[in-house]
Design a protein around this ligand. Structure first.
Ligand code: NAP
Length: 476
C-alpha cells in the first residue's frame, strides 16, 4: 500500500490512481502516493471534526506532551528525514538537515507556548457586571503547503494548531508528499489520538474545494503562490472562512554606502542562493549605492563563484536542481530579458537541461539592471541576483517598495539612524538588518500587501488558531 492518505490514524490508499514523485536531480521515481480527492478529504474532515471535542478539552500540558514526543522523534530521525527531503525536492543535504531542525523548532516552541494562552478580565463600567475574555481553538484546520520547504511549512502550521487545541487536515504538494508522509508517521508514533492529524495527498483543486466549502472546516491556512492564494480567498468568502495566507515575495536587498561590504556581500549570497533561490524570502533584487557599487559587485561575484551546483547528495553541493521545467524556464526568461535590455551578466547565466528531465541553473549575477526589467518586477524563484545602482537612500526605498509584494526585505548599514529610517520605510512584514537569514520559530513571519494575510511563528502564529470570546456576566 502506498501511504499518502491518513485518516483516523489509519493509512489507506483506497485503490486510487498514483502520483509519481521524482528526484529533480536525477529524474528517478523515488516514491508514489495515492491521488486522493473530494471523498477522502471529506472523510479526513469528518475524522478531525469528531476528534475536536476531546482534543480541545485536553489541558495544554497534556497536548504539549504529544508535541514533545513528536519533537524527540524528529530529532531522532533527522538524517532520514533530510535524505528523503533531498531525494524528492533536490536541496543540498546540509540544507535539508537545517530544514528538519527548523521544522522541529516549531514543534518544540509551540509545545511550550501553548501553555501561555491567556485571556483577560476587563474592569466593568457598572457595579453589577463582570467582564472576561477567553481564548478558544478555532476548530478543524485545513492546511495546504508548498514544495520548497516540505517539512517546515507543515510544522509551522500544525504545531501551533495542535497546541491551541485544533485538529488538523493537511494537503501536501504533489512534488514533495513523501516528507509529509514520514512526518505524519512520526505523529502516529508519537501517539496523537485518532483524527487529530490527518493527511490527504492528491488532486489539489478537489481537495482544496472540499476544505473550503465543508462547513466543518473553520480555518484554512495556505502557503504557496499569490495566484493560488487569491483563488482560495475568493472561494473562502462563501463561508467567510478564517484564512491565513503566506504567499509569494520579491525581496529587495538595500546596500547603503556605510555598510560593511564584504559582510553584506556574504549575507546577500546566503540570502539569495539558499535553496537555489527557491525560497519566498530570498533576496530577489539588490539596490546598491553608487559609492560602493563596484566593490560590492566584486565581493558578490567572488562569493557566488564559490558555489557548486549539483546533486544535493554530493558532498560540497550548494545549489541543487530547479524543481521543474516551468521554474527553469522562468529563470532563463528573466535573465534573457535583462541581458536583452542592456544588463550585463558577470557570472553564470547558463542553464543545463538534461534528457532525463532534470534542470540546473548556474548561480548568476547580473549588473546594471534597470527597474523596468522583468526580474525587478516578478518573483524569479531561482539562483539569479540582479543588481541595480542607486544614488540616495530615498531612491533605494522607492525602488524597494515598488512591487505589490511585501514579505521580506533586507538592509545593510552600519549607521543606526540611517539603517532605522530605511527599516521603518520598507513596506515589508520582515526586515533583515545586516541579517540575510531572519527566520526563527519564535518570530512572526509573514507579509504585507499581496504577500499574504496573518503571521506564522511567534505569538502571532498561535493567535491565528484561536478565537476570542468576550463574556459579559450580570450580577444579581
Ligand atoms: P503553488 O503552486 O501555489 O502551490 C502551493 C500548494 O497549493 C500546493 O500544495 C498545491 O498543490 C496547492 N494548490 C495548487 N492549486 C490549488 C487549488 N486550485 N486549490 C487548492 N490548492 C491548490 O505554490 P508552489 O509552487 O508550491 O510554491 C511556491 C510559491 O510559494 C512561491 O510563490 C513562494 O514565494 C511561495 N511561498 C511562500 C511562503 C511564505 O511563507 N510566504 C513560503 C514558501 C513558499 P499541488 O502541488 O498538488 O498542485
Amino acid at each position: 500500500m502506498d501511504k499518502g492518505i491518513f485518516i483516523n490514524n489509519e493509512w489507506a490508499d483506497h485503490g486510487l490512481e498514483k502520483i509519481e514523485v521524482r528526484n529533480p536531480a536525477t529524474g528517478e521515481i523515488v516514491g508514489t502516493v495515492p491521488k486522493g480527492g473530494k471523498k477522502e478529504t471529506k472523510s479526513a474532515i469528518d475524522a478531525a471534526h469528531d476528534a475536536f471535542p476531546s482534543w480541545s478539552a485536553l489541558n495544554a500540558y497534556d497536548r504539549a506532551a504529544y508535541l514533545e514526543k513528536l519533537y524527540d522523534l524528529m530529532v531522532k530521525h533527522e538524517d532520514e528525514l533530510a535524505e528523503l527531503m533531498t531525494s524528492e525536492m533536490g536541496k543540498p543535504l546540509k540544507e535539508s538537515k537545517g530544514e528538519v531542525q527548523y521544522a522541529a523548532s516549531f514543534v518544540k516552541w509551540y509545545a511550550e507556548e501553548g501553555k501561555r494562552v491567556y485571556g483577560r478580565t476587563i474592569p466593568p463600567s457598572k457595579d453589577n457586571k463582570r467582564m472576561q475574555v477567553i481564548k478558544q481553538p478555532v476548530g478543524v484546520v485545513g492546511a495546504i503547503t508548498p514544495w520548497n520547504f516540505p517539512a517546515a511549512m507543515i510544522t509551522r502550521k500544525m504545531a501551533p494548531a495542535l497546541a491551541a487545541g485544533c485538529t488538523f487536515v493537511v494537503k501536501p504538494p504533489k512534488e514533495t508528499p513523501l516528507t509529509a508522509v514520514r512526518l505524519v508517521e512520526l505523529c502516529e508514533e508519537a501517539g496523537f489520538p485518532k483524527g487529530v492529524v490527518n493527511l490527504v495527498s492528491g488532486k489539489s483543486s478537489e481537495i482544496g474545494d472540499e476544505l473550503l466549502t465543508n462547513p466543518k472546516v473553520r480555518k484554512i491556512t495556505f502557503t504557496g503562490s499569490t495566484e493560488i492564494g487569491k483563488t482560495l480567498m475568493e472561494k473562502a468568502s462563501g463561508q467567510v472562512k478564517n484564512l491565513s495566507l503566506e504567499l509569494g515575495g520579491h525581496a529587495p536587498i538595500v546596500v547603503l554606502d556605510d555598510a560593511d561590504i564584504p559582510y553584506a556581500a556574504k549575507q546577500t549570497v546566503a540570502s539569495k542562493f539558499r535553496n537555489g533561490g527557491q525560497t519566498c524570502i530570498c533576496g530577489n533584487r539588490v539596490y546598491v549605492q553608487e559609492k560602493v557599487y563596484d566593490e560590492f559587485i566584486k565581493h558578490v561575484v567572488a562569493e557566488t563563484e564559490k558555489l557548486k551546483v549539483g546533486n544535493g547528495f554530493e558532498d560540497g553541493t550548494d545549489i541543487g536542481p530547479m524543481i521543474n521545467k516551468d521554474a527553469y524556464e522562468k529563470v532563463g526568461k528573466h535573465v534573457e530579458n535583462a541581458v536583452n535590455q542592456g544588463a550585463k551578466c558577470v557570472t553564470g547565466g547558463k542553464g543545463h537541461e538534461a534528457e532525463n528531465g532534470t534542470y540546473f541553473y548556474e548561480p548568476t549575477v547580473i549588473i546594471d539592471v534597470q527597474p523596468s526589467m522583468l526580474i525587478m518586477n516578478e518573483e524569479t524563484f531561482g539562483p539569479v541576483a540582479p543588481i541595480q545602482k542607486v544614488k540616495t537612500d530615498e531612491e533605494a526605498i522607492k525602488y524597494a517598495n515598488m512591487t505589490p509584494f511585501g514579505l521580506a526585505s533586507y538592509v545593510f548599514s552600519e549607521n543606526y539612524s540611517r539603517g532605522m529610517k530605511v527599516v521603518e520605510a520598507l513596506d515589508y512584514g520582515i526586515v533583515g538588518w545586516n541579517d540575510g537569514l531572519p527566520s526563527a520559530a519564535q518570530a512572526p513571519f509573514g507579509g504585507m500587501k499581496q504577500s499574504g494575510l496573518g503571521r506564522e511563528g511567534g505569538l502571532e502564529g498561535l493567535e491565528a488558531y484561536l478565537e476570542t470570546k468576550y463574556i459579559s456576566i450580570g450580577m444579581k
